[in-house]
Design a protein around this ligand. Structure first.
Ligand code: NAD
Ligand code: TDX
Length: 339
């Protein structure tokens, strides 16, 4: 079995590469990644010498490079993690989101049609459903919830999802889609809420909370997401969408307080800054379908996962300190300097 994993040098993709190499010693895992600002080859260092692993630096939008890889590897399965993934960046500059997230997805699926695969899996997001009101805790996203996006990022992911379902209906491509809630855990790029707050807290810098910080996210430990995708590509029904979530909704302000508490820092580090434009209020996933069909349930509770995550950032300072000492400084100044 050969699996092409795109975006495997990023946060979730790298965790998935580790999970698959560990669980399936007879599988070949080929990572295709452009190594954008969000991709780190150092993350993959532990598996670079593994004979079952190959890394290829390429853009999923580069048809020639993608086709060449299919001719060389004859993949059985393609799992597409590659994307521009940060909502705030999409608000600043949507173009690359449309390019990578929509056209890149089409390019990959065209290669799948041309060379033949047993499964194309699209890693999507709960953000395609838009948001839920704070005063309706009884509401959850199901796979039947209408697509209703808020940001250029979520719109580009929704566009890709529609294309994936269209390639299934029109060309009979054997596809599946997963829509998971916010992930957290090792190798999470420090522009996202949890790793940004951990890094700032450790450096005694302000923890920027957008607006009042009442927005709720449904946090899922990254390993649980990887297990969900593993189940879907092996046992999921072709043409289906599967939601995955932690059923562990938390307000952003409470995440900040918890991280201060765990690291023994004062809550006065929390600083309210200008809100994100079009900021989604609440995400909450109903994972009944994947539970009933595939037996998946998140195994790591947020209370344990956040402790493991903080411990990882303490033990792997070099990984994130290298990131935040480079180009990230310019990004941070631009996004937070006058906020
Ligand atoms: P990430 O930004 O950490 O990693 C993205 C990876 O894709 C990087 O390694 C980057 O170099 C690579 N990439 C970007 N553009 C590329 C291109 N044109 N060609 C090849 N490689 C390219 O993202 P992540 O948080 O790991 O998210 C992975 C996927 O999961 C994305 O599709 C995202 O939409 C989805 N998702 C993320 C979350 C979350 O909470 N992070 C939740 C649900 C779904
Ligand atoms: O500095 C910050 N302050 C703050 O209050 C940052 C970076 C974020 N926030 C808020 C915005 C959100 O309400 O925290 C929440 C989480 O923000 P992000 O970490 O940027 O994640 P989110 O916008 O929810 O999107 C994430 O989950 C869904 C991923 O980045 C997406 O790729 C995924 O699809």
């Amino acid at each position: 079995m050969t699996i092409i994993v795109t975006g495997g040098a990023g946060f979730i993709g790298s965790n998935f590469v580790f999970h698959m190499l560990d669980k399936y010693p007879d599988y070949r895992i080929v990572c295709l990644d452009k190594l954008t600002y969000a991709g780190n080859l150092s993350t993959l260092a532990p598996v670079m010498d593994n004979p079952n692993f190959r890394f290829v630096k390429a853009d999923i939008c580069d048809r020639e490079a993608v086709n060449r890889l299919f001719e060389e590897e004859h993949p059985d399965i393609v799992v597409n993690f590659a994307a521009e993934s940060h909502v705030d960046r999409s608000i600043e500059d949507p173009g690359i989101f449309l390019q990578t997230n929509i056209l890149g997805t089409a390019t990959l699926m065209d290669a799948c049609r041309k060379y033949g695969i047993t499964r194309y899996h699209q890693v999507s997001t709960d953000e395609v459903y838009g948001d839920l009101p704070l005063d309706r805790p009884d509401l959850f996203f199901t796979e039947e919830t209408p697509i209703h996006t808020s940001s250029p990022y979520s719109s580009s992911k929704a566009g890709a999802d529609l294309l994936v379902l269209a390639y299934h209906r029109t060309y009979g491509l054997p596809v599946t889609i997963s829509r998971c809630s916010n992930n957290y855990g090792p190798y999470h790029f420090p522009e996202k809420l949890i790793p940004l707050m951990i890094a700032n807290c450790l450096n005694d810098k302000p923890l920027p909370v957008y607006g009042e910080g009442l927005n709720v996210r449904d946090w899922l430990y990254v390993e649980d997401h990887c297990k969900a995708i593993d189940l879907i590509i092996h046992k999921g029904r072709v043409g289906e969408v599967y939601n995955g979530g932690g059923r562990d909704g938390r307000r952003n302000i409470d995440i900040g307080k918890l991280i201060c508490k765990e690291l023994g820092k004062p809550e006065t580090l929390i600083t309210h800054v200008t809100d994100r434009k079009g900021h989604d209020m609440r995400y909450a996933i109903d994972p009944t379908k994947i539970h009933n069909e595939l037996g998946w349930l998140p195994e790591t509770k947020f209370a344990d996962g956040i402790k493991k995550t903080i411990a990882w950032y303490l033990e792997n300072r070099e990984w994130w300190e290298t990131i935040i000492s480079g180009e990230y400084q310019n990004y941070y100044e631009k996004m937070y300097g006058n906020r």
